[in-house]
Design a protein around this ligand. Structure first.
Ligand SMILES: Cc1cc2nc3c(=O)[nH]c(=O)nc-3n(C[C@H](O)[C@H](O)[C@H](O)COP(=O)(O)O)c2cc1C
Length: 369
């Protein structure tokens, strides 16, 4: 059930009402603050603002962000760019709130607004992705789409780069599903000569991956050596999430123009794995595949087993200890297992079966006529 929920994105209306919620909170909250800050602050023990002008300016700015959110609520498609402004505005506010709370003795009362805005940065971001990529919402409903009319060879090519084995375990189950229906699967590992893209990794390697992911610096990979006229009627490509984007070695496949012909005019399925944030990496991978002229027949994304923040800490501990369930003194908090759940893996096997049995354009036409 939990894995199923990961597949179904929040409906458009849920995002709209979340926008209305912050519109009311920002709008009414700031009016309330401006009028009643004295009794409220005295009651809570919050020091009165030293600079009442700046206090009023910030309240006015925050009120404006509320208006912005209200406009998004009224017509999200027309006002989609306002979400970007909202992300920047709330992000900056949240950053400075946390900064001054840690380094500037800011009263905890202001932290409430910082947390609120940080949460809304994520909500706005997810809504933005949904609005900019409505096709991804369809892909994530869990269907397998109609394949192209070309020779059915029952051979599939898997492109795999898996640092800690999560993506590989998912791909193995897709393979099992495909093979059950007569497919032969070849796995092409995406290899990088750069030492940082190997597991186990040092803290320095991790930091380098993170910095490179922030600046989206491409990775060097060994040439795939797959000709454009390959015999595969299906390609399955997977990527993990690194810093809310697809991983550099997988992206390198698409950044090399020589590889693009591999995907052109082919049926391609996509798998994303992550600790918890897969939407952007999925959008990036699907867009790359589409830009290469492929026909996307299936899209799946799955997060690690567990709940937050346990999932996040379990990932870090796994990278440090290279073993799930450690450190033992955190039993009950740290996840005893790293990666995908059994339920997720079973779903991926079914995905493989569905891909093998996907309808082709030729079949579709003959039934319609
Ligand atoms: C450097 C690094 C950065 C990561 N950043 C994210 C992230 O931003 N969001 C997320 O959900 N998971 C993140 N993860 C977790 C991976 O996506 C997750 O562990 C995934 O299962 C790894 O797949 P793999 O074992 O196939 O490489 C990160 C992992 C690493 C090593």
């Amino acid at each position: 059930m939990s894995s199923l929920r990961q597949l179904i994105p929040l409906p458009r209306n849920a995002f709209r009402y979340l926008c209305l919620f912050t519109a009311l909170a920002n709008g009414l909250g700031n009016l309330f603050l401006l009028v009643f800050y004295r009794p409220l602050f005295e009651w809570l023990g919050v020091p009165l603002p030293q600079d009442i002008h700046s206090f009023a300016f910030v309240a006015g700015f925050s009120f404006t962000v509320g208006v912005l959110a209200f406009l998004v609520f009224l017509n999200p498609e027309k006002n989609v760019n306002l979400l970007t402004i909202g992300i920047i505005g709330k992000g900056i506010y949240a950053f400075f709130t946390f900064y001054f709370y840690v380094f500037g003795h800011l009263h905890w009362f202001y932290l409430i607004f910082g947390i609120w805005d940080a949460v809304y940065v994520v909500i706005f971001f997810l809504f933005l992705i949904q609005l900019l990529s409505p096709d991804l919402t369809n892909f994530n409903r869990g269907d397998v789409f109609i394949g192209l009319e070309r020779e059915q060879t029952n051979r599939a090519l898997f492109l795999v780069f898996s640092l800690t084995g999560t993506g590989r375990s998912g791909m193995e189950r897709i393979k099992t599903g495909l093979e059950r229906h007569g497919y032969h699967v070849d796995i092409a590992s995406i290899e990088s000569g750069e030492h940082i893209f190997h597991f186990p990794m040092s803290v320095l390697d991790f930091v380098q991956i993170v910095i490179r992911a922030i600046f989206r610096r491409p990775a060097h990979i060994t040439p795939l050596g797959i000709p454009a006229n390959h015999p595969y009627d299906l390609i399955v490509v997977e990527s993990q999430t690194w810093l809310v984007g697809m991983s550099a070695p997988v992206e390198a496949v698409f950044q090399d123009p020589a590889n693009r012909a591999i995907f052109e005019g082919r049926d391609v399925a996509v798998l994303n794995v992550c600790r918890g944030a897969w939407r952007r990496s999925q959008a990036m991978l699907v867009r790359w595949v589409q830009r290469c002229g492929a026909n996307v027949v299936g899209v799946r994304a799955f997060a690690h087993i567990g709940w937050e923040p346990s999932r996040l800490f379990s990932l870090w501990f796994y990278l440090i200890y290279r073993e799930a369930g450690r450190p033992h003194f955190l039993d009950g908090f740290v996840q005893p297992r790293y990666g995908l759940s059994d339920d997720t893996l079973a779903q991926l096997e079914l995905f493989g079966e569905d891909l093998a049995q996907r309808k082709r354009v030729i079949w579709y036409r003959s039934t319609v006529v």
